[in-house]
Design a protein around this ligand. Sequence first.
Ligand code: ITT
Length: 199
Amino acid sequence: MPLSLPAGQKIVVATHNPGKAKELAAILDNRFELVTAGALGLPEPEETETTFVGNALIKARASADASGLVALADDSGLSVAALGGAPGVHSARWAGPEKDFALAMRKVEERLEETEGEDSSAWFTCALAVAWPNGPAVVVEGRVDGQLVFPPRGTRGFGYDPIFLPNGHDQTFGEMDAAAKDAISHRALAFEKLKAALL
Ligand code: ITT
């Protein structure tokens, strides 16, 4: 039988990042009954893989097996071309234990200045993994390309949104309203693929 996610299914969203949880809930659009890993007190597994796909699978598997529920996990990050794809899977870690993204964005700016190049292109990647408890898993990836801008612009969204100007737009993700970001984001693109695979 092909894997599927019927409407109304109870799903644990395996994230402790409130910005992500909010975007995922908007993208999932009341289709499912959502509960967060935080609300269930599930532990945060170590993200030991070197790819977004690998880490999304670790998080979904850990939450599914610990809760007995179907789990959806998001592993995502910002990659900067001139920095060889950094911060990439380390995007959350660049903000330090205080999750200080003003600091993380300054770090990106400083590293970019050190390259003394002209290339400010960057992209966001989002891997979404769905895992069934002690069962199979499905994983997909979405990507949106853009340019980095400094100083940061806008107070919406989360993480690195204020320095990311998606190609073809004149507002950063930090300036766009939530619906405009959801229409083009790496997370929304990944979800489109998940829908094609499961819904
Ligand atoms: P969970 O593992 O609990 O989901 P996390 O924040 O640690 O939360 P990641 O390891 O996937 O998650 O880190 C991804 C980081 O990349 C995240 O903290 C953001 O700073 C950044 N990021 C991902 N998607 C983003 C987006 O849409 N806008 C801005 N920054 C984003």
